[in-house]
Design a protein around this ligand. Structure first.
Ligand code: SF4
Length: 370
C-alpha cells in the first residue's frame, strides 16, 4: 500500500555533515509554510482519492522544532484528504534537543505511533564537533518521555576520532533506553558541507575503519536482539519500519513539502528545493514539482533489484515475474554470473549473503552494467 512523506525543513542550526533541505533561522516562516503544506496535502489527496495509504512519515529538517499544533493540524488535514488505514504507521523525526512532555502528548493526540530520534552518538564532544544542538542527557530525557513507545534511534559511524568504545557506549545506551529500532549508518561527506574539508584533510576514518566500526556495531546489536533487515536498519522482532519497507519494495509514495519526492503510477517527481518558490507555487494553485520522469522498462527492473538487494528479504523471483513478466535470472544473467559467489538462494528468493550486505553497492554496480 502507498505511503505519505511530509518534509518539515526547519532546523535550529545546520549540522556540519548535513546536505538535506533544511533551513536554520527560518522558523518564522513555519506558520506560512504549514498553511501551504495543508493546501498541498488537500490538493494531492483530491488527486489520489482512489488510493489507500498505509504509512505517514514526517521528516526533515527537524519536525519537532515547530509548534506541535501544526503537526496536529497536519495530521488532521492528512486524514481528511487521504484514505489512511485505521492502523497506519505514523512516524515523526525528533531532535532530542527540541522535545518536551507536552509535544509528545500532542503527537499522541495526532495519532503518531512511532518516533525516530536523532541521537547519532553518545559522546558529547563528538555531538558538539558535528554541530548537533543536543547532548547525551537530552537524548536520555527524550527516551524517558518515550518509555514504552515504539521509537527508533539514529547511530552515525565514521565521525572524527570515533572509536569502538564510542560505538559501544551509543548502542548500549539506545538499548538500555528501550529503542525498538536502530538506524546505524555511515557518514557520507558531501561536497559543500563543512565536514567535507575534514574528509579532504584525511581527518575522518577511512572506508575500512568505518566497515570495522559497522561490523562491531552489528555484532552488538545482534547480541541485544536487534535483527538486521536492511543494510543500515535493525529492529526488535515485529518493529521493522513499514514506511521504509515500502520504499525498498518499490512501493508507491507521495512526497509533500519542499524538496519531497514521489513515486506514483510509474512516475518519479520532485518538489522544488526553494522555500519561497514552494510557497509561491502552492499559493498560486500549482503543484511545486520541478522534475518528473517516467520509470519503465530496464530502469524499473534495475530499481526493483537494487532496492530488494539492500534488504535481507532479497529479490523474490515470483514477484519480479509478476511485475515485469520476465525472469530476473535471464534479464540479469551476466550480472548474476559475476556476483553469484556473494549471493544465497532459497525458495525462490535471492539475497546478498549476510557478510557482504555492507558492501552491497559494489555488488549492485555489476547489475547496473547489465
Ligand atoms: S538536524 Fe538533521 S536536517 Fe537539521 S541540520 Fe542537522 S542533520 Fe540536517
Amino acid at each position: 500500500m502507498p505511503s505519505i512523506y511530509v518534509h518539515i525543513p526547519f532546523c535550529k542550526q545546520k549540522c556540519t555533515y548535513c546536505d538535506f533541505t533544511s533551513f536554520p533561522n527560518k522558523l518564522n516562516f513555519a506558520e506560512a509554510y504549514m498553511a501551504c503544506l495543508y493546501r498541498e496535502v488537500k490538493e494531492r489527496g483530491r488527486m489520489l482519492a482512489k488510493k489507500k495509504f498505509d504509512t505517514v512519515y514526517i521528516g526533515g529538517g527537524t519536525p519537532s522544532i515547530v509548534d506541535p499544533k501544526y503537526i496536529l493540524g497536519l495530521m488532521r488535514q492528512i486524514r481528511a484528504s487521504f484514505a489512511l488505514s485505521p492502523d497506519a504507521e505514523v512516524t515523526i523525526e525528533m531532535n532530542p534537543g527540541t522535545v518536551t512532555k507536552e509535544k509528545i502528548a500532542l503527537y499522541g493526540r495526532a495519532g503518531i505511533n512511532r518516533f525516530s530520534v536523532g541521537l547519532q552518538t553518545a559522546n558529547d564532544a563528538l555531538l558538539a564537533e558535528i554541530g548537533r544542538i543536543h547532548t547525551v542527557s537530552d537524548f536520555i530525557a527524550c527516551a524517558d518521555l518515550l518509555k514504552g513507545k515504539n521509537f527508533s534511534a539514529d547511530v552515525m559511524l565514521g565521525l572524527k576520532g570515533q572509536t569502538k568504545e564510542d560505538v559501544k557506549a551509543t548502542i548500549d545506551l539506545v538499548h538500555k533506553k528501550g529503542a525498538t529500532h536502530v538506524s546505524m549508518y555511515a557518514l557520507t561527506p558531501e561536497d559543500g558541507t563543512p565536514i567535507y574539508t575534514d574528509y579532504l584533510n584525511g581527518e575522518l576514518p577511512d572506508e575500512d575503519e568505518v566497515a570495522e566500526l559497522y561490523d562491531y556495531g552489528r555484532g552488538l546489536l545482534k547480541k541485544y536482539g536487534y535483527m538486521r533487515y536492511e543494510v543500515s536498519n535493525f529492529c526488535m522482532p515485529g518493529y521493522g519500519s513499514r514506511h521504509n519497507l515500502n520504499y525498498w519494495k518499490r512501493g508507491e509514495y507521495i512526497g509533500l513539502g519542499v524538496s519531497a519526492s514521489s513515486f506514483i503510477d510509474g512516475k518519479r517527481f520532485t518538489n522544488t528545493f526553494d522555500l519561497d518558490e514552494y510557497m509561491k507555487c502552492v499559493l498560486s494553485g500549482f503543484f511545486p514539482v520541478i522534475e518528473s520522469e517516467d520509470v519503465s522498462g530496464e530502469d524499473a527492473k534495475f530499481e526493483f533489484v537494487m532496492l530488494a538487494m539492500r534488504t535481507v528479504f532479497g529479490v523474490s523471483e515470483k514477484e519480479y515475474k509478476r511485475q515485469f513478466g520476465s525472469e530476473w535470472r535471464e534479464d540479469f544473467a551476466e550480472a548474476y554470473e559475476r556476483t553469484k559467489d556473494y549471493l544465497e538462494e532459497k525458495d525462490g528468493i535471492v539475497r546478498i549473503k549476510d557478510e557482504y550486505l555492507y558492501v552491497q553497492n559494489r555488488i549492485l554496480t555489476e547489475y547496473m552494467k547489465s
